[in-house]
Design a protein around this ligand. Sequence first.
Ligand SMILES: Nc1ncnc2c1ncn2[C@@H]1O[C@H](COP(=O)(O)OP(=O)(O)OP(=O)(O)O)[C@@H](O)[C@H]1O
Length: 306
Amino acid sequence: MSASFGKPLVTLTNAGLQREGRWLVRGVDLTVHAGEIITLIGPNGSGKSTTAKLSIGILKPDEGRAERSAGVKIGYVPQKLAVDRTMPLTVRRMMTLTAKLSATEIGAALEAVGVPHLAEAEVHRLSGGEFQRALLARAIALTPDLLVLDEPVQGVDFAGEIALYDLISRIRRESGCGVLLISHDLHLVMAETDTVICLNGHVCCRGTPQSVSRSEEYQRLFGAAAARTLAVYNHQHDHTHLPDGRVLHQDGSITDHCHPGDGHHHDHPGNAHHHDHPGNAHHHDHPHPHHHDGHGHDHGPEHRHG
Ligand SMILES: Nc1ncnc2c1ncn2[C@@H]1O[C@H](COP(=O)(O)OP(=O)(O)OP(=O)(O)O)[C@@H](O)[C@H]1O
């Protein structure tokens, strides 16, 4: 583990949960440190939500241990919420059901997730994406040490997804919180993720996004196409698109267009990323990890069979 992360916030040690005679997950080891983003991936029913709930203490392990550092503040966006969306309830009220928040804290959190106008909106009238943003606002409002986000962008439109993942990265950078993220949108989250843990009832492999996407276990679970999609997001950041459409290169030169060998766009804000898909002229398969903050670590994936 990189020394540039902070203290451990939560640690699962050989954690397992059994229901109705079946192990939903077993033998899970993971630690989320301050400043670290860990992404859990895995097929439906592979135990991602269960692992998240073990981490935050909603579920107690039947085997192994779940330990949280003393006084750790956790912000949680559950996959499903036990809010009756037919009941009259404003966003402001929903945010205060789980925590005491001032009007300023509510306003700032809603602003951060891009929906400052929704404080007085009725929860049952929100679109799916607006509802997710409100949940994320609720999770970040108390400036948590650890953010646990169970598919936080479900129902959010594509541009909104990018914006929310950017926001999660920014919160991590600025507040130094740790993030445990469950996501199916691998191509969007991978670049900012420090460690990917691939679950299938147990940890089948873990490592950097690059090493996991190359591993046999990952390709067996998700198929080779998924690995190729990930490769697109191995950013090179060797050129920047200027607002007027011209291109600024690393050597300082400016041209009207990208060079054929250029890497992934380093877009200015507002430039959509959706042109960077396989088949696009900027698609590159050579692995070049997007290391940020100097704490990249491209060790190979650790495998466990079982
Ligand atoms: N209380 C329970 N009793 C029995 N089985 C359960 C219980 N809760 C969850 N399960 C089962 O445990 C398995 C893991 O569920 P979990 O929600 O952790 O998976 P997941 O990886 O988050 O799935 P998804 O991607 O579909 O959200 C599933 O097969 C689920 O049906």
